[in-house]
Ligand binder design. Structure first.
Ligand code: AMP
Ligand code: MG
Length: 400
């Protein structure tokens, strides 16, 4: 099955969580908006100056030579000038201060000769300049944010600029994970012959961190039917979405698929992608399960390419176009046609041109390649070996 087909089937089967809660906008940072936000006011709410200078009447601007205007007061940001600007008069004005009645134009202070009685201006100015108009940014009644938007810095500021103190957001997802494998030891334990440290739990933790989910680490589970079953049952009770790694191949000790079949429903996808062929996706009661491959690079690649879009849909997040760049690749990259390949690459500069290099060894067990890399080089299924100098598609890790 192609990656696209698998993704479509997985996403189709997921319905977003629908519980919402109301939070102050600071608490709502990184959460998913659950309601449309309509502006209750105009931004800016009043006509104001874009510059420090003098508020004048456009009609008083000289067509040639200079004009002298009488200075009648000051409009401060927060303390507007109370009077009216009449013919041949002006008001000292600060950036953001309300335009006084009668004035419609601002002259930058650098462009006038001024004393504390009057200013003189030349003929180079345009009527209406340097004024910010009511509703220029947002009009009252505009829908400024849609449900599904992740609330980041700009959105918090935007909400605050509208005087909105609290918003409805979806509740955070609960995500749990465990590793399976008799060979795995936790950090802090001593390795015996034939054992390795469990690294997938740490990469999965890292990939979940920053997604705004509540994280539950369920540890390492031995390759024993009863242990795997108990872990699945516990995870299904605890979480909305569960990630496991290992045990999804067809080895004798691979119980993940079997257990999911017994407790719920499961599909085992042989996705035509590299790294990361076997992937189990299923449900137990309300919880969704991703059985990621055991190989550390495969676990990361399938998490990012398959599980993350599913996680986002479950959270209720509106999909955004993925950042993909077309860059010249300085190295040749070995590949056989057949599967889409997510090779590990390094973004670099060749002079002032952004280019990409390969990381060398691309084995699915070589986790150091993920750390050296800062992007995936995405090679389509049909693509064969890439010659040095060819343009390739790149997905920076920072965008994931
Ligand atoms: P499996 O799918 O269980 O057969 O595992 C495939 C490969 O990934 C084997 O070499 C495992 O030792 C390795 N592996 C499985 N789980 C982990 C893990 N949590 N951390 C590091 N390596 C793992
Ligand atoms: Mg295993």
């Amino acid at each position: 099955m192609s990656l696209e087909q698998a993704l479509e089937k997985i996403l189709d089967s997921i319905s977003p969580i629908d519980t919402v809660e109301t939070l102050t906008i600071m608490e709502a940072f990184d959460r998913i908006l659950a309601e449309p936000i309509t502006s209750p006011l105009n931004v800016p709410p009043y006509q104001n100056s874009a510059m420090d200078g003098y508020a004048v009447r456009g009609a008083d601007l000289p067509a040639s030579g200079t004009a002298t205007l009488k200075l009648i007061g000051t409009s401060w940001a927060g303390t507007p000038f109370a009077g009216e600007v009449d013919k041949a008069q002006c008001v000292r004005i600060m950036t953001g201060a309300k335009m006084p009645t009668g004035a419609d134009t601002v002259i930058m202070q650098e462009h006038v000769q001024a004393d504390d009685q009057q200013i003189s201006i030349e003929s180079c100015h345009k009527s209406g300049q340097h004024v910010r108009h009511i509703g220029e940014d947002i009009r009252a009644g505009d829908e400024v944010l849609q449900p599904g938007k992740v609330l980041k810095a700009a959105e918090l500021g935007l909400l605050a600029s509208l005087g909105i103190a609290k918003v409805q957001v979806r509740r955070p997802l609960k995500a749990a994970f465990f590793s399976t494998g008799d060979e795995l030891r936790a950090v802090g334990e001593t390795l015996e012959e034939g054992q390795i440290y469990d690294s997938n739990r740490y990469t999965i933790f890292g990939m979940l961190k920053g997604q705004g989910v509540e994280i539950h680490d369920l540890g390492v589970v031995r390759d024993k039917r009863e242990d795997v079953e108990a872990a699945f049952a516990r995870a299904a009770e605890l979480a909305d979405i569960v990630f496991t790694s290992g045990g999804v191949s067809v080895g004798d000790a691979d119980f993940v698929k079997e257990t999911l079949e017994k407790l719920g429903t499961v599909n085992l996808w042989k996705i035509a992608m590299k790294p990361g062929k076997p992937l189990a996706f299923g449900r137990i009661d309300k919880a969704y399960f991703f059985g990621l491959p055991g190989n550390p690079v495969s676990a990361m690649a399938t998490f990012y390419q398959v599980a993350l879009p599913a996680l986002h849909k479950l959270m209720g997040r509106t999909p955004e176009p993925a950042l993909r760049l077309k860059l010249r690749c300085l190295d040749s990259l070995k590949k056989r046609p057949g599967r889409i390949d997510f090779q590990r690459g390094i973004l670099d500069y060749d002079g002032d041109e952004l280019v990409v290099r390969g990381v060398g060894a691309q084995g699915s067990h070589i986790l150091s390649s993920m750390s050296r890399a800062n992007c995936f080089i995405i090679l389509s299924a049909e693509q064969g070996t890439v010659e040095a100098g060819t343009t390739v598609t790149v997905q920076p890790f920072s965008s994931l």
